[in-house]
Design a protein around this ligand. Structure first.
Ligand code: ATP
Ligand code: MG
Length: 377
C-alpha cells in the first residue's frame, strides 16, 4: 500500500469539463484518448491542487471553462495519518481561494506540502534546452512544495524586486530619490540570500541523486553533474556571507541599475548548469542526451522529495513515454509501484507493460471520462 494516494478528484467548470467526479483506488491510473479531449487538463488540475498553480499558464482565468464565472477543483488525499481535502476555487474577477479541510487558507503558501507531485511531459525538455528562467522555475516549484518558507521568501523577493525596479526608473527623473535605494538593497538581499542558499543546497542534493540515476540510465557511460551558478559571488555559502555579498553587488552597481531601470544582479538572474562528462548539455548535448538529462532530473525529484518529506509524491506523466526509448521507459516505469502514477496517453497500444497490484483506465472524450473495464492488457 502506497503512503500517499489521491482518492478523489472533482472538477467543476474546469477547462473543458463541466462536471467530473473521479474516484481512484489504484496505484496506476491511465487516461487514454485522442488529442484535445482533456487528458492534460486532468493532470494539470492535480498539479494545481499540489502547487496552487498550473504548469501551463500563470493566468488562472484560462483554467475556468469558457463562458463561466467560477471553477472548482477538489481533491481528497489519503496519507498515513489520515485523509485531507483540498479545494481550489477560481473566479474570473477575484483571486483564487484555497480551502484545506474546508478551512480557508489565509495564504497560498499554506497549500504547500499537503500534496506533492512530480510532473513529466515532453515540454520539460525546455529545462535543458531553453534559457535560465525555466531552470529557476524548476527549482522554485520544487523548493516551494517542500519548504513553505521558501515560497514565502520567493513571493517577498519578487515584490521587493518590483518595487526596486520601479524606484530605479523614478530615480532617472528624480536623482535625489537614490538615497532610498539602500533600504531596498537590504530587503532584497535578505530574502534573496535565503533563496540562493536553498537553491545551492538543492542542486547539490539533487546532483548526488541524479548522478547515480543518470549513470544507470546510460549504462554507466555518462556522468551528470549540475552546478548552481549565482550572479552573486560567494564562497562558503553561509546565509550571512551571501547576504553581505548580495548587498555589496547591488551597491557597486547602483549606477548601472539606474541607467537600465532594472536590477542586474540577484537570484532572478541565476541559473543551473548541467554537464555530461564535463560538457555543457544545453550547448553541446545531443537530443537524446537532453532527454535523458530531463528524465534523470525528474526521477531525482521523486527521490529528493522522498528524502525530504518521507513520502513519495504523485507521479504525473503526460505523454512522456512516447519520447523515450525502451530502456529509458523501463527506468521510468520502475517507479510505478513505489508511487501512485497517473499517465496520459493518446495511443492505447502504448499502455506500459508494468506489474502493478492494480490499475484503472479512463477513456477521455470531449471533457468526460469513461471508466474502461474492457481494455485488455
Ligand atoms: N478554459 C477552457 N474552456 C473550455 N475549453 C477549454 C479551456 N481550456 C482548454 N480547453 C479545451 O480543452 C481541450 C484540450 O485539452 P487537453 O490539453 O487536456 O487535451 P489532451 O487530451 O491532453 O490532448 P493532447 O493529446 O493533444 O495533448 C481543447 O479542446 C481545448 O479547447
Ligand atoms: Mg495533452
Amino acid at each position: 500500500m502506497l503512503v500517499l494516494q489521491l482518492r478523489e478528484l472533482s472538477l467543476k467548470n474546469y477547462r473543458n469539463y463541466d462536471n467530473l467526479e473521479l474516484y481512484f483506488h489504484s496505484d496506476l491510473i491511465l487516461f487514454i484518448g485522442p488529442n484535445a479531449q482533456g487528458k492534460t487538463n486532468i493532470l494539470e488540475s492535480v498539479f494545481l491542487s499540489c502547487t496552487g498553480r498550473s504548469h501551463r499558464t500563470p493566468r488562472d482565468r484560462e483554467l475556468i471553462k469558457l463562458g463561466e464565472e467560477e471553477a472548482l477543483i477538489r481533491t481528497r488525499v489519503e496519507k498515513e495519518l489520515g485523509s485531507s481535502e483540498i479545494s481550489i476555487l477560481l473566479n474570473m474577477r477575484d483571486k483564487k481561494k484555497v480551502l484545506i479541510n474546508k478551512t480557508p487558507a489565509a495564504r497560498l503558501g499554506e497549500l504547500m506540502g499537503h500534496l506533492n507531485s512530480v510532473l513529466f511531459s515532453p515540454d520539460d525538455l525546455k529545462l535543458v534546452r531553453d534559457g535560465p528562467a525555466e531552470r529557476r522555475r524548476f527549482m522554485d516549484m520544487e523548493l516551494s512544495q517542500i519548504r513553505p518558507r521558501y515560497f514565502y521568501y520567493l513571493q517577498q523577493y519578487n515584490r521587493i524586486l518590483t518595487h526596486r525596479n520601479n524606484l530605479l526608473k523614478e530615480i532617472q527623473g528624480k536623482p535625489s530619490l537614490a538615497s532610498t535605494l539602500p533600504v531596498w538593497d537590504y530587503q532584497l538581499a535578505e530574502a534573496g540570500s535565503y533563496i540562493i542558499q536553498q537553491r545551492q543546497l538543492f542542486s547539490q542534493s539533487l546532483q548526488n541523486i541524479a548522478r547515480e540515476i543518470h549513470s544507470r540510465i546510460t549504462n554507466h557511460s555518462e556522468a551528470l553533474t549540475m552546478e548552481y551558478k549565482s550572479s552573486i559571488p560567494f564562497e562558503e555559502g553561509s546565509l550571512q556571507e551571501i547576504q553581505e555579498q548580495f548587498i555589496r553587488e547591488l551597491e557597486t552597481r547602483h549606477k548601472d541599475d539606474i541607467a537600465r531601470g532594472s536590477t542586474g544582479r540577484g537570484c532572478h538572474r541565476d541559473d543551473i548548469h548541467f554537464k555530461i562528462n564535463g560538457i555543457d548539455v544545453r550547448l553541446f548535448g545531443s537530443q537524446g542526451q537532453k532527454r535523458t538529462t530531463v528524465l534523470s532530473l525528474k526521477l531525482s525529484e521523486l527521490e529528493f522529495m522522498y528524502k525530504e518529506t518521507g513520502e513519495y509524491p504523485l507521479l504525473l506523466l503526460d505523454d512522456a513515454l512516447s519520447e523515450l526509448d525502451r530502456d529509458r521507459q523501463k527506468m521510468l516505469l520502475e517507479y510505478i509501484g513505489k508511487v501512485q502514477t497517473f499517465i496520459a496517453l493518446t495511443d492505447p497500444t502504448q499502455i506500459p507493460d508494468v506489474q502493478t497490484s492494480s490499475r484503472q483506465v479512463f477513456r477521455i472524450q470531449s471533457g468526460a471520462a469513461y471508466p474502461e473495464e474492457s481494455l485488455s492488457f
